[in-house]
Design a protein around this ligand. Structure first.
Ligand code: C2O
Ligand code: CU
Ligand code: CU
Length: 498
């Protein structure tokens, strides 16, 4: 058994995209490593550098259901110099916000002007497998693909990003990502802040070279995640936004590869959580901070009406205990300045949405070991074997279906990290699930985990159970860790709905 695994590693190391340097780097970093340094190897905090918040926040352009996107290498002014970035349009990172109504037929042509393969996964959209941006469906350089699907799901903030295996993290970090908003009638009846009072916020942490964004994780960063040292909001470093003294709706996506944020306001003020990955919550929850892992979304209402003219308040990330190197530092994300004192009559609704949670009993239980504990796979720290991230001991294999699931069935999926020492935001394509419980670690679900989710954070020592209604989207979908270094490293499996 051990020998077979060894052969598999060797062949991967020869053929993988970064596997050679990964292996070499890992062996170097491992020479001084004793068994009990397991945790130490994975846990180097990367500190966020303070910037002056002097750049205007950019808001992505909005487009509708019929559009085209061109993945391209382009350049823009970023962090005080002109840098090469990737974008879905010229001269900027990120793509436009696509806004549709429930029921819309979407038709988006994606052109690949990169020198390598790409594709688009519509994270949070329940659409047929052939349109989902599965890592096998690639757009070759100079080619295009026409994504067509019907949006038949409730309100929510989804997002889109590339999903070619081994290239996902790099392409997203260099700028390929955008938002996809679904509106519906239930939401309109709430009359939430809209127009300039609804702010899309894409948070990423980056490292820069003079003329580009760097993405070159070391072997130990493949384990812990590649943490940037500079915060970028909507593609702007040091972003400031001038606001009216009104309620604002902030729709936030964590598009970082590995960094988790504990979102709060700098003055500790209370804010209102109204939505998560799966759209509006049942009812409003008031809070002072909320965790946001890679891939997750939150929908917040912030009351700026109580601030005086010229007050400054920051959206920040507070310290938190995640059980590894993350959360050790508090830092600022985005600055707001009240530039206009106006009347505000908006009141926060208490009841938001009918979630229509499943009421039937779960028909099947599947447990996924996401611990990646070396010892449990027969490779203690001193054997010189690479530390690949696995689910149930397996690495991603395009040619293997790992789980066969019946259409229209209701299952319980359990992500078990009880023996692990890394954070894993687990994401399932093609579905929304309902978090049931978290055992070990924090021992409870957090406020943003009430209702529908597609990504859920499983800390070291935790076991999280979710209820998954599979509908009728027959075909192959992936599920994976949304720490993108882990995902590219192979922490992804496939299920087939039959
Ligand atoms: Cu946003 Cu497969 O992920
Ligand atoms: Cu997804
Ligand atoms: Cu992970």
């Amino acid at each position: 058994m051990q020998r077979r695994k060894f052969l598999k590693y060797s062949s991967l190391a020869g053929g993988g995209l970064f596997a050679n340097s990964f292996l070499a780097g890992w062996m170097l970093s491992n020479t001084s490593c004793k068994k009990d340094h397991h945790r130490g190897l994975m846990s180097k905090p990367v500190w966020i550098k303070e910037t002056d918040f002097g750049q205007a926040l950019q808001l992505p352009a909005e487009v509708g259901s019929q559009t085209s996107l061109t993945a391209q290498t382009t350049s823009m002014n970023l962090n005080q110099s002109t840098k090469e970035v990737l974008g879905y349009q010229a001269n900027q990172m990120l793509g436009p916000t696509i806004r549709v109504q429930k029921g819309d037929q979407v038709n988006i042509v994606v052109h690949n002007q990169l020198a390598e393969v790409t594709n688009i996964h519509w994270h949070g959209l329940k659409i047929p497998a052939e349109m989902d941006g599965h890592p096998v469906q690639l757009i070759q350089p100079k080619q295009q693909f026409n994504y067509r699907f019907n949006v038949q799901q409730r309100v929510g903030l989804c997002w889109y990003h590339p999903h070619p295996h081994h290239l996902t993290a790099k392409q997203i970090t260099k700028g390929l990502a955008g938002l996809f908003i679904v509106n519906d009638a239930e939401e309109s009846s709430l009359q939430l802040p809209a127009g300039k009072y609804e702010l899309p916020i894409v948070i990423q942490d980056k490292r820069f070279q003079a003329d580009s964004i760097s993405y070159n994780p070391s072997a130990s960063e493949m384990m812990s995640g590649f943490l940037g040292d500079t915060i970028c909001v909507n593609g702007v470093v040091g972003a400031t936004h001038s606001i009216d003294s009104k309620f604002y709706r902030l729709r936030i996506v964590n598009a970082s590869t590995a960094r988790i944020y504990n979102i709060a306001l700098s003055d500790g003020a209370q804010f209102y959580l109204i939505g998560n990955d799966g759209g509006l919550l049942q009812s409003t929850i008031s809070l002072k901070e909320i965790l946001l892992a890679p891939g997750e979304r939150i929908d917040l209402l912030i009351d700026f009406s109580k601030y005086a003219l010229n007050s400054e308040v920051f959206l920040v990330s507070n310290q938190f205990d995640g059980g590894d190197a993350q959360g050790k530092q508090a830092f600022k994300l985005l600055k707001f300045i009240v530039k206009n004192k106006v009347q505000e009559s908006f009141t926060v609704p208490t009841t938001l949405s009918n979630l229509m949670l499943p009421s039937a009993a779960s028909q099947k239980n599947r447990v996924f070991d996401i611990s990646n504990a070396m010892e449990h796979h027969g490779y203690p720290m001193n054997t010189g074997m690479p530390m690949k991230h696995r689910i149930n001991g397996k690495l991603f294999d395009l040619d293997r279906v790992d789980e066969v699931v019946n259409a229209n069935s209701l299952e319980t999926w359990v992500f078990d990290n009880s023996k692990g020492d890394e954070l894993h935001p687990m994401h399932i394509h093609g579905v929304f699930f309902v978090p049931l419980k978290r055992e070990g670690g924090r021992n409870k679900l957090i406020e943003s985990e009430k209702g529908w989710k597609d990504t859920i954070l499983v800390n070291p020592g935790e076991k999280v159970s979710v209820l998954v209604p599979f509908e009728n989207l027959k075909g192959k979908f992936v599920f994976h860790c949304h720490n993108l270094e882990h995902e590219d490293d192979g922490m992804m499996l496939q299920y087939q709905l039959i």
